[in-house]
Design a protein around this ligand. Structure first.
Ligand code: C2E
Ligand code: MG
Ligand code: MG
Length: 730
């Protein structure tokens, strides 16, 4: 309320005393308040220059509200604005004169109106100050802000007859409260969720104790654990571990994870545990969260699987994986101790399997396994199908040889009911100092020695020696060199002419032969076959050869019917999609399939498989010719000629050369050649080196010949150049 009376302290005669002066008066009713029981009146002199005269009988003096976010309205009994503090423009953005006569309700958010109306009826019904009421109020820019209002009903006070309402901007406070409320709700919800999860969850403060324990964790640490140090609820060993390892990690602000074995309800459980530190207040308060997930079953299962994965189910022996792990473990210990590896390969499991069935084979393997286990040996493992490995420690050379003999005799003594055949094995022995032990190469060496034992007659023991080491090293360097050369262009393809003896000794085509500067084909081709490199090598050779055939055909129409022989390994034939690969290559180079001769060795056909039949027939149906290569160097079975769709028989170099010197060979050759011509096959004599051999080939009725006498293998470019010179463009 306001008053305008000269007050006693204004000095008489002063300008203030003459003009009167504005004061802001605040009256605080403290009647009934203990120790005060009075009305406190506060008078503040208002600055003279801020006086404002408002229309009507309502005059509003300047206000000390300026600069604050509070303002006041004087409201009529109907809630219309009669006056107020001038700073309302600072807060609501609208000037007081603008607002005069407006109903307060137009400024209040519709959602808050019911509460505001309730408050208003309370105000008008009492002369007391009413409790605060919150509402959103409209700002000039159309936005809403939260205000808290307090009102006094002075309607009945003479000269006043209004309700005074003071509004305080609490928008920021409301927003803060809202966020706080959300956080509290989220926290409550989280606690409910966390309480019910199966994982054990605890929160604690280092040096103080647990502050939260969910229901699952209460089973472990007890329902009364809150407030207690976590360590006091642990078995001594675990408490010691927590003190030595986990707590220091928390102090370093590092998370700790690991499996912890605990007793829950008297039952041992394995808990996958994560302890996460939360450092607050510059490291003064260190909290930690513990989450424990029961992994007892999972771990048990994993252990069982790990055991199964390392055991050969048939013999119960460690398998290859376990062997390699145990060998790696053997690295620990005196580096000078000698480790000896016996690589044992049964010689006749296949015979037993094929003849007596797989269960007899299984029985045999079990019996051999048991026999080997009965012998001294640090590790006894089944390496693969019919392969076993026995590892010894600390044997001298002589002892190693003796021990291998004992193993071999033990195997030879194995008898299995129903298996009458004699069992034998090829054994490779490799020794090395533990300090030099590299499990992979130790096994590889023993395997290489076993392979030699097998090749040189079986049922024997061969020790890995330096010669073998060199062979292995050479093999390794060829394999890796070849692998690189497949991409670096060091592989080359040479062409050797094939001469038609029937039609005037003219070149009828070529055989494509791979060349590599670092080794001869007889050395690198078998290695390529064993290592699988023959597949890319074979594809490369086919494309090169077909490309060369096109270059030759382009020189002269007379060369349009030349044929190209390309060697094919058995590994290629059984590769899925081989026939399609050849057919695609022919299409890519636009070569007539009849100009391609695929040369297959007998060894490929021995391994008679239905897939091979299908592949050969598909290629043959496409028009490709097939040659049986190296005939006479192996089994020389004529059966293949009937079984497979073969067009060409190539007599091996050794066979061609034996024709001259060996009468028997010649008689057989005559028979073969007669039969071949009856079957419609052409015969090529390979390795013709002398005129006598050529003459003889002709006499025998051989149709084509190939050999150094007639032309050496030469690079494709050289062959093309030679042909260009011989066939100048007309
Ligand atoms: P092959 O298919 O029987 O090839 C004929 C071999 O006899 C070639 O040996 C050739 O150089 C050789 N030769 C030719 N004329 C004479 C002669 O008058 N006297 C003697 N002593 N030898 C002669 P090369 O080139 O060393 O190839 C050896 C074997 O390597 C080939 O025997 C073939 O089986 C294989 N080979 C070569 N290139 C490839 C290829 O690209 N792929 C496959 N899978 N094998 C290939
Ligand atoms: Mg060949
Ligand atoms: Mg050959």
């Amino acid at each position: 309320m306001r008053t305008c009376r000269p007050l006693p302290e204004v000095e008489a005669g002063s300008p203030e005393a003459a003009a009167g002066r504005w004061y802001d008066v605040d009256i605080l009713d403290l009647t009934g308040v203990d120790g005060v029981d009075a009305v406190v009146v506060q008078l503040v002199a208002a600055p003279a220059d801020a006086d404002v005269q408002l229309p009507g009988e309502v005059t509003v003096p300047p206000s000390w509200f300026r600069g604050t976010t509070s303002f006041r309205f004087r409201l009529s009994a109907e809630g219309r604005i009669q006056g107020g503090t001038l700073n309302v423009d600072e807060v609501l953005g609208r000037t007081l004169p603008e607002l005069l006569g407006t109903g307060l309700e137009t400024l209040i958010h519709p959602d808050d109106l019911p509460a505001a109306r309730r408050a208003w009826s309370r105000i008008t019904g009492t002369t007391d100050r009413t409790p605060p009421c919150r509402q959103r109020m409209l700002l000039a820019d159309g936005t809403w802000r939260w205000f808290e209002s307090m009102s006094w009903n002075v309607l009945d006070v003479p000269d006043l007859g209004v309700v005074i309402a003071e509004f305080r901007d609490i928008d920021e406070q409301v927003e803060a409260e809202r966020i706080q409320h959300l956080a509290t709700r989220a926290h409550q919800r989280m606690v409910t969720v966390v309480d019910e999860v199966d994982d054990m969850i605890m929160v604690g403060r280092l040096d103080v104790g647990l502050v939260y324990v969910n229901e699952a964790a209460a089973e472990l640490v007890g329902p009364d654990a809150v407030g207690q140090p976590l360590r006091s609820r642990m078995r001594p060993a675990l408490a010691a571990f927590a003190g030595a390892v986990i707590e220091p990690a928390i102090r370093r602000n590092e998370r700790w994870t690991g499996d912890i074995d605990v007793l829950v309800g008297g039952e041992p459980r394995t808990m996958a545990t994560t302890v996460t530190p939360v450092v607050e207040d510059d490291g003064n308060e260190v909290y930690f969260g513990v989450v424990m997930h029961d992994v007892t079953e999972a771990r048990r299962h994993a252990e069982e699987l790990a055991v199964l994965a390392r055991r050969d189910p048939l013999t119960g022996l460690p398998n290859r994986l376990a062997l390699m792990e145990q060998l790696a473990e053997l690295l620990e210990g005196d580096p000078d101790t000698v480790i000896t590896i016996d690589f044992i390969d049964l010689d006749n499991l296949k015979v037993v399997n094929d003849g007596l069935g797989h269960s007899a084979g299984d029985q045999l393997l079990r019996a051999v396994g048991a026999e080997l286990l009965a012998q001294p040996g640090r590790i006894v493992a089944r390496f693969g199908g019919d392969e076993f490995v026995v590892v010894h420690e600390g044997l001298s050379e002589v002892e190693a040889a003796r021990s291998a003999r004992t193993l071999l005799s033990a195997i030879e003594a194995v008898t299995v009911v129903g298996v009458s055949s004699h069992i034998s094995a090829s054994v490779g022995v490799a020794s090395c100092r533990r300090g030099d032990l590299d499990p992979e190469s130790a096994i590889r060496d023993a395997d290489a020695a076993m392979y030699v034992a097998k090749r040189t007659g079986r049922a024997r023991i061969v020790a890995f020696d330096d010669t073998m080491r060199q062979v292995v090293a050479r093999r390794f360097s060829i394999e890796s060199g070849l692998r690189e050369s497949l991409s670096d262009g060091r592989l080359d393809l040479h062409l050797q002419p094939v001469i038609d003896l029937v039609h005037g000794d003219v070149v009828s085509g070529y055989e494509a032969l791979a060349r590599w500067p670092l080794a001869a084909p007889s050395e690198f081709i078998p290695i390529a076959e064993e290592s699988g490199l023959i597949l890319p090598l074979g594809r490369w050779a086919l494309h090169q050869a077909l490309g060369a055939l096109n270059r030759i055909a382009a020189i002269s129409p007379a060369l349009g019917e030349q044929r190209m022989g390309v060697n094919v390994s058995g590994h290629q034939l059984v590769e899925p999609g081989f026939a399609a690969m050849v057919i695609d290559a022919l299409a890519e180079h636009a070569v007539n399939p009849e100009h391609l001769v695929l040369e297959l060795t007998e060894s490929v056909l021995i391994d008679s498989r239905d897939e091979i039949d299908d592949v050969l027939r598909r290629l043959r149906d496409h028009g490709v010719s097939l040659a049986l290569d190296d005939f006479g160097s192996g089994y020389s079975s004529l059966g293949y000629l009937r079984r497979y769709p073969i067009d060409v028989l190539k007599l091996d170099t050794s066979y061609t050369q034996a024709l001259l010197t060996d009468h028997g060979t010649r008689i057989i050759a005559e028979g073969i050649i007669t039969m071949a011509s009856r079957l419609g096959l052409r015969v090529v004599a390979e390795g013709v080196e002398t005129p006598d051999e050529l003459e003889l080939a002709r006499d025998l009725g051989i149709t084509w010949a190939q050999g150094y006498l007639l032309g050496r293998p030469e690079p494709i470019d050289a062959v093309v150049e030679g042909l260009r010179a011989a066939h100048p463009p007309t």
